[in-house]
Design a binder for this molecule. Structure first.
Ligand code: ATP
Ligand code: MG
Length: 401
């Protein structure tokens, strides 16, 4: 007769990182960063500790932790390949079975199976024996159907010496690389659909993003700034801390109104934006600028105009969406959750005082001539001096200006 042991259940989440991405000599650096990011992302959510196991992490939870909240947060940590709700218990098979049954989701899967592994091969039973025994217990308790070849739910059971780790299914992680391992970028964030998606893509590759928004307040309303704030707040859930620069652009536009040919204004504005963004980027040690530009989407986004715009930039300009179709970007924006914010109506500062049909093919000579009458350096310094700064933390927001 087997002794009835109390179920000592430690609830946890087992996290697998993006194996391939983390290969090579950078691996310890990446995994250390990932553990730190996981801890920070789940701060205050009832995580006791994040333990480094062989090739993965175990995030141990307090009994009172809100598991769905922890799952949501882990789901937004870049560098995580997949994760699963898990638990830890002893090595007695009855105990394991009871712990699993006590921990099952209420939702009924179409079918399930147990997948067992033993780290300690001296264990008297084979993996298949373990699978059968525990599978039978779960089936008896739930009535769920067993399917060995294509189960909807796989319950993993891993016996590790004195303890057993079990986990339910797998949820797909955010992928990419841990925030911070790829350096910093400065993202030009309009209130539109494209730029938040572009920023998110760079963030997913391990870059920490700084955000720069140009607004035409008080000529236009504060709506674009409010959208930039909302978008930054959303993106901060993925990198935990962000800074947004709100740069006044109305003065520059009014000066250009007097001196620059209307057809050339958009390109002139963009060049000034990149020069301003470049200076801000240098201050925060960002190594590149990021925009949401796409080839052929609007007049300023032809190869000719992009070349002229790039020539003004002190830093490389990265355009992660350059080859995407609008509907693909819209899908990405919906998945990210930025779409409803982006479509709130506002007047974009670049459409202010610009014609319906701006020049699609400008040349450097033409634009430099058009800029002659503008005191670019002075305008740039004034805009930077007047910029507002807001710092964001997930989950609270703190404003410093
Ligand atoms: P988006 O949807 O990102 O606004 P768009 O298709 O509307 O892009 P444009 O308005 O031409 O295209 O802007 C191209 C890129 O220039 C944007 O993706 C963004 O990176 C940058 N940009 C444009 N306007 C602003 C602004 N007011 N503040 C900051 N960046 C801007
Ligand atoms: Mg726009």
């Amino acid at each position: 007769m087997s002794r009835v042991l109390p179920v000592i259940n430690v609830r946890s989440i087992v996290i697998h990182y993006n194996e391939i991405a983390l290969k090579g000599k950078n691996r310890p650096y990446f995994t250390t960063r990932l553990v730190r990011n996981l801890r920070a992302a789940t701060a205050g959510a009832g995580v006791v500790q994040v333990r480094v196991l062989n090739g993965r992490f175990e995030m141990e939870l307090e009994p009172s932790a809100d598991i769905d909240e922890v799952r949501r947060r882990v789901g937004r940590v870049f560098g995580v390949g997949n994760y699963a709700r898990a638990g830890r218990t002893g090595v007695d098979l009855d105990e394991i079975g009871r712990a699993i049954i006590a921990d099952l989701d209420v939702r009924e899967p179409a079918s399930f199976r147990i997948a067992a592994r033993r780290a300690d091969k001296r264990h008297a039973m084979t993996s298949m024996d373990i699978e059968r025994r525990i599978g039978a217990m779960v089936q008896a308790a739930t009535g769920w159907k067993v399917d060995l070849s294509r189960p909807e739910l796989v319950i993993h059971v891993e016996m590790l010496g004195e303890q057993t780790l079990y986990s339910f299914g797998k949820e797909r992680g955010a992928g990419g690389l841990p925030t911070g391992v790829s350096g910093r970028v400065a993202c030009l964030l309009s209130g539109g659909i494209d730029s938040p998606v572009a920023a998110w893509r760079m963030m997913r590759r391990g870059c920490r993003a700084y955000f720069i928004h140009f607004h035409s307040y008080p000529v236009l309303s504060r709506a674009s700034q409010e959208k930039a704030v909302e978008l930054t707040r959303l993106l901060t859930e993925w990198q935990l801390a962000s800074r947004l620069y709100l740069v006044p652009f109305a003065d520059i536009q009014q000066k250009a109104l007097m001196t620059v040919d209307p057809a050339l204004r958009v390109v002139v504005y963009r060049r000034l934006m990149l020069r301003i963004a470049g200076q801000i980027a240098r201050r925060v040690r960002a190594q590149a600028l990021v925009t949401g530009e796409v080839i052929g989407q609007v007049a300023s986004q032809t190869l000719e105009n992009m070349t002229v715009i790039d020539a003004a930039s002190p830093l490389p300009v990265l355009r992660p969406l350059v080859g995407m179709d609008k509907d693909e970007i819209v899908d990405a924006a919906k998945a990210l959750g930025s779409f409803p914010i982006s479509i709130i109506p506002d007047q974009d500062c670049c459409t202010l005082f610009t014609p319906k049909h701006p020049a699609t093919r400008t040349s450097i000579e033409q634009i430099e001539a058009a800029e002659q009458a503008l005191d670019g350096d002075a305008l740039i310094q004034a805009a930077i001096a007047a910029a507002g700064v807001q710092d964001f933390k997930f989950p609270m927001v703190k404003s410093s200006v």
